[in-house]
Design a protein around this ligand. Structure first.
Ligand code: ADP
Ligand code: MG
Length: 678
């Protein structure tokens, strides 16, 4: 019995070595080979000499009118030359370094050559010989490696279709094929490689993209259900009265959006449901206080809470803000980071184990280490996109099942949210606290820096503070530091003795960083020069100017984060981007920053300009890589696929129904955690 899961070695011409080469491309089975789709097609429709442009890639058909000649030059270099005639017009054809093609060129025979046209020299630089029966109009182009060539791959794919075409079965339900007029699977898989024409190619692709998104959604929604079903999550019965009092005593009235998300979170806490919630809110939208309320609620129910953040500075800052909100007699807090001293650490660990500590704040190492909790009820992670690790997996391995809230300011476009966070619930704070004046953003070129530094004096004179962010030099932290130090020294020259300048960079000890940050908060320093260590979450409302050097080196989301450090109080604030972008894209990105303060618009734009991999860094974001579908252009197909998957999951025991047999066979529910949250 043959099966699509047969290893590629069943195909003739594939031995161990070739199988190894194919495995490097991720091809192991016959099915892998059949679904190893080309990433584009070369349009090799035949053209006429009169209709082609200089440097255009074309296929020309004609008669060979001279003997082919190979001339050799240099080391191992060669040129194969001959003349072709098309309707009385004669032109030269050259192939470089493919002397073996000589045998295929026969005087007086018709031939079709694909290549690049040089109009001046009336010559074609050949890339491929298509033979006299050039019927293929679209040649598929695959991602290949050094050890596997295009032609080899095409042969193998053809071989797999010869033996296995009939094994391909439909995996989409009949009604969806009809509803969306989708091509059948057999035809589509074949046409992805060898389409008859452009239309067939288009339809095949549409079908395959739908299939890819749909199966993904089926899987992810299945996981979500499985998790919910098995979930004997905690029911955190908080004290409603106390919680009311707590929110009433807050120094400000919650925004409507904050109230709404707080309710969503509290409902999850109370219910037996295992909360897996993403809290999205633009910088400055007030996520911290929502976290505080959730942590407070958890404590009143006798459970412990943990708040995890990416940096120690942020941990320190969160501890301070929580301590301002919590009554120390009621809620016991603690800070646990890499730099907590051994003795103190031992004490904290003991108190966490005994349950004396209600809320612990720390860096993400917090849950990875040997920390034993008495009754862990809630884990909140701030700036979740910065964590590279799969926290849920760690928690599960520890046998803990707390409710989990992920907070992020990185605005995630809808199509990405659906995919990356498909199995989580999402709450959005879509409103800023009242009275905020939008940050005014300006883009200047480096020569204007001096006059901007003069202008900054006005802000300093009225008691405001200034951040200066140094360029990001990814290759070398040492260069980062050097740069920052130079800028720091320059600003000291410019502003002292009237104003004090501080320096903060990644190479400093944590205690040093803390003390610099503290002096900035206490207004002992007016200007803080920093590398991006302050990127996330820092809150100094008196700072009104954010000056970013070489701003074009940063991603839009990151610039937006940095900009979010100002405009946190009632005063007008400014973000100055100093940049001399090298290309049009860079210039556009700077311009967009000056045009909008809306993080969602920015992330959509960033995605458009740079693509999802660049913007989110696939490992960190947990965004799956689709093979055919494109999140930027196929968003609508994704939405439809999601809805349809949802409908099927509503059908009780759909897997047992005849009409979904193909589908249920192609959906495998594997490890629910590992896959998408690496
Ligand atoms: P982020 O969502 O970026 O983490 P923060 O939680 O740091 O934002 O809040 C930003 C600032 O807004 C803080 O100074 C906080 O005290 C303040 N804030 C939060 N909610 C409100 C509100 N409803 N009204 C007024 N100020 C608020
Ligand atoms: Mg925050």
């Amino acid at each position: 019995m043959t099966s699509l899961k047969d290893p590629v070695t069943v195909l003739s011409g594939v031995g161990e070595k070739r199988a190894g080469n194919l495995a490097e491309l991720g091809i192991q089975t016959v099915e892998d080979l059949m679904t190893y789709y080309p990433f584009r097609y070369e349009d090799i429709q035949e053209k006429n000499l009169t209709e082609i442009q200089d440097q255009e890639k074309v296929t020309l058909k004609g008669l060979v009118v001279s003997e082919p000649v190979v001339s050799r030059y240099g080391y191992k270099k060669s040129r194969l030359q001959f003349r072709m005639m098309q309707e009385h017009a004669v032109f030269n054809v050259s192939f470089f370094n493919q002397p073996y093609l000589k045998d295929k060129i026969v005087l007086s025979e018709e031939i079709a050559v694909y290549g690049k046209w040089d109009a001046k020299r009336k010559a074609l630089t050949g890339m491929k010989i298509l033979g006299s029966k050039a019927t293929e109009e679209f040649a598929p182009i695959y991602h290949v490696s050094k050890s596997i060539r295009q032609t080899t791959l095409v042969e193998l794919i053809k071989a797999s279709f010869t033996g296995y075409f009939n094994q391909l079965t439909e995996n989409l339900p009949e009604n969806l094929l009809e509803k969306y007029r989708l091509m059948g699977r057999k035809q589509a898989v074949f046409a992805m490689h060898f389409p008859k024409d452009q239309e067939e190619s288009r339809q095949a692709k549409r079908r395959v993209i739908f299939e890819e998104f749909f199966l993904f959604q089926m899987q992810i929604q299945g996981l979500k259900r499985a998790e919910k079903a098995e979930s004997q999550g905690l029911s955190i019965l908080y004290d409603v009265e106390k919680l009311k009092q707590f929110t009433q005593k807050l120094p400000f009235e919650l925004t409507e959006a904050q109230k709404r998300v707080t309710n969503e979170i509290c409902r999850d806490l109370r219910s037996k449901k295992h909360m897996q919630r993403l809290l999205q809110g633009d910088v400055g939208s007030g996520k911290t206080v929502v976290a505080a309320i959730a942590l407070y609620a958890t404590a009143t129910a006798g459970y412990q809470g943990a708040l995890m953040v990416p940096t120690e500075i942020l941990a320190q800052q969160h501890l301070e803000s929580l301590n301002q909100l919590f009554d120390p007699l009621e809620i016991q807090t603690a800070l646990l980071t890499g730099s907590t001293k051994a003795k103190e650490r031992r004490e904290i660990l003991a108190q966490l184990a005994s349950g004396e500590i209600d809320v612990v704040i720390g860096t993400h190492a917090l849950i990875q280490e040997n920390v034993a909790f008495h009754r862990l009820g809630l884990v909140i992670t701030d700036e979740q996109h910065r964590f590279g690790v799969n926290q849920r997996k760690i928690l599960r391995e520890k046998g803990l099942k707390p409710d989990v809230l992920f907070m992020t300011a990185t605005p995630i476009p809808r199509t990405l949210a659906i995919t990356a966070y498909g199995e989580m619930d999402v709450s959005v704070i879509d409103e800023l606290p009242a009275g905020r004046i939008p940050v005014e953003t300006r883009w200047i070129r480096p020569p204007q820096l001096d006059s901007i530094l003069e202008w900054v004096r006005k802000e300093l004179a009225i008691g405001h503070q200034v951040y200066v962010i140094c360029p990001l030099i990814e290759e070398s932290e040492a260069l980062d530091v050097k740069n920052a130090t130079e800028i720091y020294e320059h600003l000291q020259q410019v502003y002292s003795p009237e104003y004090q300048v501080g320096l903060l960079h990644g190479k400093m000890k944590n205690t040093e960083k803390d003390s610099i940050m503290e002096s900035f908060k206490e207004k002992e320093l007016q200007i803080l020069v920093s590398t991006t260590v302050i990127e996330v979450g820092v809150n100094v409302p008196n700072a009104t100017v954010m000056l970013i050097m070489d701003a074009d080196r940063f991603g839009l989301a990151q610039l937006h984060q940095l900009r979010g450090r100002v405009g946190r109080g009632a005063d007008a604030s400014y973000c100055i981007l100093v940049a001399n972008p090298k290309n049009e894209m860079g210039a556009q990105r700077m311009k967009i920053m000056t045009e909008t303060n809306n993080g969602f618009i920015l992330s959509e734009k960033d995605l458009e300009l740079r693509g999802p991999g660049e913007v989110f860094g696939s490992r960190q974001s947990g965004i799956p890589q689709f093979l055919v579908g494109d999140l930027m252009t196929d968003g609508n197909i994704l939405e439809v696929a999601r809805e349809e998957a949802n409908k099927i999951w509503q059908i009780p025991d759909w897997q047992l129904k005849e009409s979904y047999q193909g589908l249920s066979e192609s959906i495998k529910i594997e490890d629910p955690e590992g896959q998408y949250f690496d």
